[in-house]
Write a protein that binds this ligand. Sequence first.
Ligand code: GDP
Length: 213
Amino acid sequence: MALFGRVTFFKSAAVPEDLPPSAGEIAFAGRSNSGKSSAINALIGRRVAFVSKTPGRTQLINFFALDGERFLVDLPGYGYARVPAATRAPWEKTLGGYLQTRSALRGLVLVMDVRHPLTELDRRMICWFRVTGKPVHALLTKADKLSRAGALKVLRDVRRELASVAPGSSAQLFSSLKKSGIDEAEAVLGGWLGVERREPVHAVRTGKSLTAG
Ligand code: GDP
């Protein structure tokens, strides 16, 4: 089973008072339409996060429980022009506060479309977060949309830039469509939360090969 195969929806938080007690959590942030919900669903192996029809509308922090006390946290997508500034400002305060003061937060997964990495808003997110000294892992989604060579070039460039603005960060290619990059993401996220896959990746053998010889 996937590392996060047992994760289920837990609750939505609209204000800081709604945040549940937590022993450890990982937040997912990204521009609207970056592929964040699809990536969370791919990691969990089921549709638990809502793939957006109207990007940027949900201004809730959604908690998905790994067990009673550890969570994957889906932050609202940012950068959708039609959200009015009056709604955006208080929300940014809540979000910035969450990123900077949530002690249970182990690291930030920054989801970016591999074709449009490190936009101004992504950089702002990194700025909010790097003061904590906690790690950022960039998930470059929709890698299937570029050639392998093109995607690897973006990966190299993103790694280089992250190394200068957020030391200790990491990056990888990911495709929810092709289900690629899941093992790599599980290794990073599992490490942050202190959980491991229960069974070895290559445990499944055919009866024939087990009895042969
Ligand atoms: P969110 O707004 O960041 O949560 O993004 P969604 O997960 O809702 O995805 C936005 C759009 O990108 C949807 O049409 C998805 O089907 C598409 N999408 C998401 N991930 C991938 C991917 O890995 N490959 C491709 N080709 N399309 C994707």
